[in-house]
Ligand binder design. Structure first.
Ligand code: SAM
Length: 343
């Protein structure tokens, strides 16, 4: 039995949920200004992003990952902001790959900066899976979403580079906001049908306080499934594992599968095993949290046991289930921005 097993028993939270996944935000900066995430009205010229000195170093991130792995975390997802804006990410990935217990390293990116070389170097460093965000198939809609004139082709090129680098899985995420890009649901489904790349639709969520969220902007999972089923018949498929966030649907014609993430219309807090680490070293136990817990003081002791114990205590008292208890009042209380803690 290892020393860690003797001194620590990983806690389940108040609702008996284990800690399994850690999402690591490596930067708060993004090269997109998606209107539902980092609207220009808030994230405009002169907006004060974090100075480099405030970001956790790769060594500090590695310490948190080691502590989390001791507590049972097996999956790490790198996110942001846009993670490809952080220099030398490959170095961080190879450090994480060396951590005992971590079996899955993935990243969420807009892929606009995914060159051929970058895709290969990330893969070689040990990145296993990639989720690429893409919200439309036509430039007019896509530019309306990203608000920085990036073309669909720029992202498709990034996806192609990733495909050639042979990641274990490559998924495409589309956030659907009614009145903004819901007309792109079918074009997206048609494009990725039969490609082997799994397209996942995400209901527009009330994360952060910048996106003027309103329930009338949510196209529900059921509406999305009905729309696709009318043209490309689909049938529900079994979850791959407990706590899988996307409900899986298979095309009846053998054209592969899609996923639908119904964070608003059918929340899945009951199975949520995720913690999030901000680029400044705060742990958030819910995507909709108002505040996080600063791990830097214990990180700066250099004692991984102290970091692990602190994380364990945080998880032990966790009682978050925001999406299941969402009310008009909770919607307007201050919440951390998604660009700060990542998707
Ligand atoms: N820049 C990277 C990207 O574009 O994938 C990673 C960070 S981004 C915050 C992660 C994911 O969160 C993206 O798929 C984005 O579309 C999604 N997202 C942001 N705001 C959202 C919202 N209000 N509702 C649902 N998804 C959202």
């Amino acid at each position: 039995m290892s020393e860690v097993e003797q001194v620590v028993s990983p806690a389940n939270d108040r609702f008996n949920r284990p800690l399994k996944d850690l999402r690591v935000s490596v930067t708060d900066r993004c090269n997109f200004r998606c209107v539902y995430c980092m609207p220009k009205s808030v994230f405009k010229k002169g907006y004060k992003f974090l100075p480099k000195s405030e970001l956790l170093t790769f060594e500090e991130i590695e310490q948190v990952v080691c502590a989390a792995a001791d507590l049972g975390v097996t999956k790490i997802r790198l996110t942001g902001g846009e993670p490809l804006l952080r220099r030398d990410l490959e170095h961080l990935i190879s450090k994480i790959r060396g951590v005992d217990g971590i079996t899955d390293i993935s990243m969420t990116t807009n892929a606009s900066l995914m060159t051929r070389d970058r895709a290969h170097s990330l893969r070689d460093a040990g990145l296993q899976r990639l989720n690429v965000s893409l919200d439309a198939m036509d430039d007019e809609t896509f530019m309306k979403v990203n608000d920085v004139d990036v073309t669909v082709q720029a992202v498709l090129d990034g996806i192609e580079h990733a495909a050639q680098a042979n990641f274990e899985s490559l998924k495409i995420n589309m956030v659907v906001k009614k009145g903004l890009n819901d007309q792109s649901i079918l074009p997206m489904a048609r494009f990725f049908h039969g490609t082997g790349q799994i397209l996942r639709f995400i209901e527009f969520m009330d994360v952060g306080n910048s996106n003027a969220w309103n329930l009338s902007h949510v196209t529900t999972s059921q509406e999305i499934a009905d729309l696709i089923n009318a043209e490309l018949p689909i049938t529900p498929a079994k979850a791959n594992y407990r706590g899988e966030v996307a409900k899986r649907w298979e095309y009846l014609d053998g054209g592969g599968e899609i996923g639908i993430i119904s964070s608003v219309s059918d929340p899945f807090c009951g199975d949520c095993s995720r913690a999030r680490l901000s680029a400044t070293g705060s742990i958030y136990t819910c995507l909709f949290a108002s505040s996080g817990h600063d791990m830097r003081p214990s990180l700066r002791t250099g004692d991984v046991n102290a970091v692990r114990d602190e994380l364990n205590k945080l998880w032990f008292v966790r009682a978050d289930r925001y999406s299941e208890t969402r009310t008009q009042v909770s919607i307007i209380r201050p919440k951390v921005e998604m660009s700060f803690i990542g998707g």
